[in-house]
Design a protein around this ligand. Sequence first.
Ligand SMILES: [Zn+2]
Length: 111
Amino acid sequence: MKILAYVLAGLLVLGGLIFIVGWQGVWVRLVVGLVLWAAAGALVVLAKMQPAQTTVVQKIDLSGDVNLQNLTCRQCGGSLGPKSVSVQAGAVFIHCEYCGAAYQLEEEPKW
Ligand SMILES: [Zn+2]
């Protein structure tokens, strides 16, 4: 996704350059070129904003897999299903349906 955005931005910059270099007194071409450059800039900004979001999503996905496989309540040892697990602001919260314990899950990095 990120590379695609950069490639697209590069194409937009090139296209805008063609319009601006070859505007030859036609103002519409100059404006189109500038609009293409602005779009390229917006794409780069969007692409730079993406990594943080992607990291959070990946973390949630990972913990989601772990939760579904073999997660047990650290107070009563009861197995926790998807209903007992909630994700808030990138952190995983456990609410045990057996003993009512509620706590935040500390993730161990697997990589
Ligand atoms: Zn419990």
